[in-house]
Design a protein around this ligand. Sequence first.
Ligand code: HEM
Length: 420
Amino acid sequence: MHGIIFLALEDFLESRSGKGAWARAMREANLVEQSFSPDRFYPDEGAADLFAASAKVLKLPMGETLEQLGCHMSPGLIEMGRSMGLIQPEWRTLDILERLNKDILSAFRTDGTGLKPPDIRTYRLKYGEIAAAYVSDRRLCQLFKGIVKGVGAFFNEPIRIEERVCMLESAPLCRMSIYLDDPALKNHVDITREFQTVHSRIQEIRFYNQFAGVAVVNQGLVLQYGPKGVLVQIQPESLLAMREEGGTYLALPHLHLGLKAAVAQVDMTQRTALLKQIVSTDGPIGRRILPRVVPVKPLPIELRIHKQTLRGWIANISESGLCIVLRADPILNETIIFTPLKVRFTLPVQTVDSEVTTASIPKIVLDGNILNIEEREGRHSIRIVFQPYAVNEAHQIQRYYRERETAAFQQLNALIALIK
Ligand code: HEM
């Protein structure tokens, strides 16, 4: 265990139970009183005894002690991370969590300590959601939760943690979902006022839609806003996509959250759409760097995990990962998150229109990790992120996307020509 945890424990005990509490805990743990260094590792057995002794001194259950310790040490960790240049000033709770393993804890990893470092993995699934997995012989998940809550309190952000499986209940790992629980912020978005501002400044807003599985993104203007809805003017491609979807996503300049609206009416001759039921989304939109495509016809995929092969269909794919739908299988449970796997599939690039797989198209085989699993109506939906892979495979995915995009826009333009 790293010295900074011992130092934090000392500070925590003395601030809770007054001077002498640390010495009492050390005696209780049968340890000789010593000072700990913030840049050294110490044996784990001493740490476990000290945590138990601290719980006794504080007259609290062990879990509560660790959680409160975590909360107590968070501001110090943030300060330390900032002073070491590991945490950027603008980062908030989920930004820190997202980079915990790669950028923060890795800075403290030293070989030759004889201690097994914790395996903490986090992945940002949404603006307001992190998937986390924690594996450690020290089983300090309550400390983990305490630090997360303390970091949230430091930034004044309400955080909700759902623990799906736990090492303390014999699971091989702790799997948590961490949410930015922020309804107040959402409610503070005055949507009418936002449109009023955009209208008076004649600013353009961005519309995000899908057509035939590819993204259709265009700028548009607010013509009118009021109790009947918001009338916007926009390119015909977006109008057609909106009509097909019955809704749209929007990004207003300076608004940190995206918006979602139902499309009540589309007028192709005036190039307008009437938007209703406008609500904020749970994060900004339009930040996706790599475009995602939804196959129009089912694309089979093979998933090799824990020496088992499962078969399903690609729900969507980008250069960074994909989503697979497959029949529910007991192997797909919360403990499998972040597990390395292999996927094998074919993208029918040469025959876009018919999407017929031909034997001449090479199979794509990629390594990845499971990020998220959802079960609904007897099916599993799994999100997978690819490990870094070869240029050749990247080209195939890019080509598939471009061909699908060309086909979608040809279809849109043909529809527009018909209306004219
Ligand atoms: C949300 C933020 C954070 C969480 C949830 C978190 C969580 C944890 C947990 C649970 C442990 C104990 C793991 C174990 O031994 O099994 C740990 C260890 C540690 N943390 Fe953090 N931490 C956070 C931020 C930070 C920051 C900002 C720093 C320093 C800049 C830091 C430095 C360390 C160090 C040095 C250790 C000891 C590592 C080891 O024993 O290998 N942590 N952290």
